[in-house]
Design a protein around this ligand. Structure first.
Ligand SMILES: *[C@@H]1O[C@H](CO)[C@@H](O)[C@H](O)[C@H]1NC(C)=O
Ligand SMILES: *[C@@H]1O[C@H](CO)[C@@H](O)[C@H](O)[C@H]1NC(C)=O
Ligand SMILES: *[C@@H]1O[C@H](CO)[C@@H](O)[C@H](O)[C@H]1NC(C)=O
Ligand SMILES: *[C@@H]1O[C@H](CO)[C@@H](O)[C@H](O)[C@H]1NC(C)=O
Length: 335
């Protein structure tokens, strides 16, 4: 009498497990509706559709002034499959605030704002794509720029604040800045996802001496088996006398951020940052400079949301004073 019951029990258990395996979590394991709603990838089409800006009341004279004085060319790593999502979100928001912007992409299409790459879309090829892009910019635009800002299609950047920080430095001198990792490269290197800016003189040294002078061969090493683009560029800049510049504000707060705004604000940063950085990011309300420049791992939805709050929204009666003072400790190179 015992064994038929056991058989029935095991059969029912088996069926339940099979259903779970086929259909994912059943109702009794589903998380709250709030969580699943939050995780939904919204359709960004409506947020991308053009809006008339004539109802926006804002005095941009300070930003317009710097637009001519600190010319920034942006180069953005992307892939063709992300055209309608990541690329569109970036192209419709911060990229158009650069003096010029280019998407580095492997595609058969030829367009004025695309730097064509012949390398297949994979991680180890990123360094080749970015090196070629720096050569292209060097050959065609070196006299039209003060700085080159390299970022990814999941970077969100406030270009006006980048210009403000860069206005403290001299583009005729070699230099580069971003969010610094004190790891692998002797004096550290800048996170590629948070984005980094290289001065005109720095680009010349990188391309003429480093890439073309054959001083930076792309070689897989124990430290860099994946050939991380940011690490390799950092090493090449270091071996060609392009120093790192400070990007912290006067209160020591970060302007470039390697994670999304929520992770810095709510304190969900990964542990490795504390051993990789001499000055690790601060979690919580002190995470971010008032003149913050960038965040990484931003999905298209977050990019459009943050952009909407920054550029289509104002708080009545609240403006910046005419004199803002120093944002960084000028001339203080991060050791
Ligand atoms: C997104 O919305 C647009 C119109 O608002 C629609 O044409 C398009 O098919 C939608 N895309 C997806 C993937 O649902
Ligand atoms: C980016 O936006 C500009 C301005 O709307 C447009 O002319 C250009 O074709 C877009 N680039 C891409 C790659 O979609
Ligand atoms: C990336 O693509 C290149 C060809 O362009 C290939 O040689 C290399 O093995 C690929 N790397 C990976 C990790 O798939
Ligand atoms: C910028 O640096 C260049 C080269 O060192 C120098 O000739 C120039 O005077 C500097 N400009 C300013 C404003 O300091």
């Amino acid at each position: 009498m015992k064994s038929p019951l056991k058989f029935l029990f095991l059969t029912i258990l088996g069926i339940i497990l099979l259903i779970n395996w086929f259909f994912g979590n059943p109702w009794y394991l589903t998380k709250s509706t709030y969580a699943s709603q939050y995780e939904t990838e919204y359709n960004i089409t409506k947020a991308l559709s053009s809006t008339k800006d004539e109802t926006i009341f804002v005095d941009e004279s300070g930003a317009i002034d710097l637009y001519e004085k600190v010319r920034v060319i942006c180069i953005i790593l992307t892939t063709e499959k992300d055209w309608n999502t990541k690329l569109s979100a970036v192209n419709n928001t911060w990229a158009r605030r650069c003096n010029k912007n280019f998407f580095i992409m492997t595609t058969k299409l030829h367009r004025a704002d695309i730097i064509n790459s012949e390398y297949a879309d994979n991680r180890t090829n990123l360094i080749h794509k970015v090196r070629n892009a720096f050569e292209f910019i060097h050959d065609k635009y070196i006299d039209d720029l003060d700085w080159v800002f390299k970022a990814d299609d999941d970077t969100y950047a406030i270009i006006e604040n980048l210009r403000f920080l860069l206005s403290h430095y001299n583009a005729s001198r070699p230099g580069y800045l971003g969010f610094k990792f004190d790891k692998y490269v002797t004096n550290g290197y800048m996170s590629g996802g948070a984005g980094y800016a290289i001065s005109r003189k720095g680009i010349k040294q990188l391309v003429q001496n480093g890439i073309r002078g054959n001083k930076c061969p792309v070689l897989k090493t124990k430290d860099n088996p994946q050939l991380s683009e940011d690490q390799e560029i950092g090493r090449c800049l270091e071996s060609n006398q392009v120093p790192r510049l400070n990007s912290h504000d006067v209160y020591g707060r970060d302007t470039f951020h390697p994670y999304p705004v929520e992770q810095h604000l709510f304190g969900k940063l990964p542990q490795y940052l504390y051993s990789w950085c001499k000055q690790p990011p601060v979690e919580g309300r002190n995470c971010c400079s008032q003149f913050t420049i960038s965040f990484h791992y931003m999905n298209p939805r977050s990019i459009l949301l943050v952009d909407h709050l920054l550029y289509k929204t104002s708080v009545f009666g609240r403006t910046l004073p005419k004199q803002i003072g120093k944002v960084i400790q000028v001339g203080q190179y991060r050791p």
